[in-house]
Design a binder for this molecule. Structure first.
Ligand SMILES: [Zn+2]
Ligand SMILES: [Zn+2]
Length: 341
């Protein structure tokens, strides 16, 4: 089969000819219908310091997918061949303390698809049956493949507890834009998005943001003070991965408010602790999705939200390099690849 594989340490990846993997006793072989490129994949492709420390090539990249079960191992009772599925990308161990207390998404022994084991940028992928999620048949494969990052947005917004609140989101990338739609659907009073790219701010408004702030043209903190009579936003979600956004987020959140840290700044960020203390701000780190609680919530939201405007580019798998180029130039939001084409 064809697969996008990181052959050796260093930037780039190759379209390789590899054997179709064989499912073990508890595994499932999935024929990939659509797979989307994530920020993590771009880090691995570009070979940033995180990728250098974590990735052991050769490795088939990719973790966001939708497809059809082709074959199941002898111990698998569910799913069945032909089922339309996606997969949770964090393969939890099931026997550590965190797995036991229902926090499998932060399992200490986690293995991630396309990071620690072969991924989805291929015609077929093998995953343990227990990570498989059955999709609603009405969901197009391209949308089903982006429900994994959508789950990130749902989990973060749930942790922010947005109902009735004034919500400020930093970041006009995939997750920030998705979070606008989720916050609105979950009953936020107002949703304000801070970003840098005008077309993306427009998209944020289409998806549910009441107002947007272009950080190149206006000071987000001053703007939020104006909208809230100097009080600040009830909750702030940092989804830009920028040090400045965290600093501004702490300034823009109201006393007693909550600051959700989701983006990953490349370096450690100094925080104004006296400000945090005197304002009694609650800072919450959020990662991944709850397995499978967030998938259930996401599925219900997907029935009434249209995420397709976020998919800006679609290519056959063989043209993966164009997809990465668009993402690295910040011309694309979500790129979907089709192994069958
Ligand atoms: Zn992802
Ligand atoms: Zn575990």
């Amino acid at each position: 089969m064809k697969a996008v594989r990181k052959e050796k340490p260093g930037p780039g990846a190759k379209l390789a000819d590899v054997d179709v993997p064989t499912p073990g006793p508890g595994d499932v072989l999935i024929k990939v219908a659509a797979t989307s490129i994530c920020g993590t994949d771009l880090h691995i492709y570009e070979w940033n310091p995180w990728a250098q420390s974590r990735i052991r090539p050769p490795l088939i990249m990719g973790h966001e997918l939708a497809g059809y079960v082709e074959e199941v191992g002898p111990e698998v009772h569910s799913p069945s061949p032909g089922d339309y599925v996606s997969a949770e990308t964090h393969i939890w161990c099931g026997h550590c303390y965190l797995c036991h207390i229902g926090a499998a998404h932060i399992c200490r022994n986690v293995e991630i698809l396309g990071v620690d084991r072969d991924g989805a940028f291929a015609e077929y992928i093998v995953v343990p049956a227990r990570v498989v999620w059955r999709n609603d048949p009405s969901l197009p494969p391209k949308v089903a493949s982006i429900q994994e990052p959508f789950g990130n947005a749902v989990h973060a917004v749930k942790r922010a507890e947005v109902a009735g609140k004034r919500v400020l989101i930093f970041g006009d990338g995939t997750i920030g834009l998705m979070a606008c739609a989720v916050a609105k659907a979950l009953g936020a009073h107002s949703v304000w998005l801070v970003g840098l790219v005008e077309e993306r701010l427009e998209l944020a408004r289409t998806l549910g943001a009441d107002e947007t702030i272009n950080a190149r043209q206006a000071d987000p903190v001053a703007q939020v003070e104006k909208w809230t009579g100097g009080l600040g936003a009830d909750v702030v979600l940092e989804m830009a991965g920028a040090a400045a956004a965290l600093t501004q987020g702490l300034e823009a959140v109201r006393p007693g408010g909550r600051l959700i840290a989701f983006g990953l700044p490349p370096q450690a960020v100094p925080l104004d602790i006296p400000q945090l203390v005197f304002k009694e701000v609650e800072v919450v780190g959020v990662v991944g999705r709850r397995i499978f609680a967030t998938w259930e919530e996401a599925a219900r939201l997907l029935a009434r939200l249209d995420l397709s405007p976020l998919i800006t580019h679609e290519f056959p798998l063989s043209r993966f390099q164009e997809g990465f180029a668009r993402l690295s130039a910040r011309q694309a939001i979500k790129v979907v690849l089709y192994p069958g084409e």
